[in-house]
Write a protein that binds this ligand. Structure first.
Ligand SMILES: C[S@@+](CC[C@H](N)C(=O)[O-])C[C@H]1O[C@@H](n2cnc3c(N)ncnc32)[C@H](O)[C@@H]1O
Length: 262
């Protein structure tokens, strides 16, 4: 079943306060974990990275700061405008204002592609993974972060919303409502991500669940813990994120796959 509620209006409504949005403890925590894991997998700079769904350029800015050249792809007009403004003086950043589905890049030329929170909004994730994989050189890496199907279902069951949990499990779709806008999204698990990567000719090298604690304690309790001791809770989550068999319990899934060297 395809998506029906486009995400661009929701992200545009968030664009002006996107840094603030990511300062919330749980988002800051999963983003920190994903960044630290990702940096370990990227080839050494200088190297070129495609940032799919780059938003306002949060990751792009950090990547160019480390010496990477970044091509951002972003379809939400206000997010794209903010990325342009924030990176106006950065010669290592270029932006295509487009959905990933509509971008054609030369095959086999990029060192890395990162898709942090964007794959789940694409029409057909299998096609998007295949497209992104096609842009990688042999040995290049694809890193994707998506919301976890299992973690959402557990959260709904914990809240007593059993019918909704069942519907989400059956349809593998979620709806995110924020600031009066709603966007629907694909909900995935690690087996599906591994299958999409395998079908695209990639080999999964990293499989991580971010904020596994939310599946055990609930999000409110994890946020309380992060507020009380951010560094301590983050370290616990970092250990859990290193256990691939726990990955589906993470609120977010972070998967890294490599194009085999020829
Ligand atoms: C969760 S946000 C993450 C933004 C950015 N990666 C970050 O971490 O700050 C997801 C982003 O994906 C973008 N997006 C949605 N659908 C997309 C598509 N089909 N192709 C590329 N990007 C898309 C949204 O506009 C939004 O900016």
């Amino acid at each position: 079943m395809s998506l029906t509620l486009p995400s661009a209006p929701l992200y545009d409504a968030l664009a002006l306060r996107y840094e603030e949005h990511f300062a919330a403890p749980h988002r800051l925590a999963y983003d920190t974990l994903a960044w630290d894991l990702c940096i370990g997998w990227l080839p050494e700079p200088p190297a070129n990275v495609v940032d799919v769904g780059c938003g306002i350029g949060r990751w792009a800015k950090r990547l160019t700061g480390l010496g990477y050249s970044v091509l951002g792809i972003e379809p939400a007009p206000l997010m794209a405008r903010r990325a342009r403004e924030r990176m106006a003086n950065d010669k290592e950043f270029r932006l295509l204002e487009s959905r990933v589905e509509e971008v054609d890049l030369p095959a086999g030329t990029n060192d890395a592609v990162v898709a942090i929170g964007s794959l789940q909004y694409t029409d057909e994730p299998a096609d998007a993974v295949a497209r992104m994989a096609g842009w990688l050189r042999p040995g290049g890496v694809l890193a994707v972060l998506v919301d976890s199907l299992a973690a959402l279902i557990l959260e709904l069951v914990k809240d007593g919303r059993i019918e909704e949990a069942n519907e989400r499990a059956r349809e593998r779709r979620g709806v995110w409502t924020e600031g009066g806008f709603s966007a629907d999204l694909h909900l995935m698990d690690t087996a599906q991500l591994a299958e999409l990567c395998g079908d695209a000719g990639l080999e999964v090298v990293g499989c991580h669940g971010l904020l596994v604690g939310t599946s055990l304690l609930g999000r409110t309790r994890v946020v309380e813990r992060l507020e009380a001791d951010f560094a301590g809770q983050l370290e616990e989550e970092r250990s859990a994120a290193l256990q691939p068999d726990l990955a589906d319990l993470g609120k977010q899934l972070f998967v890294v796959a490599r194009m085999p060297a020829r």
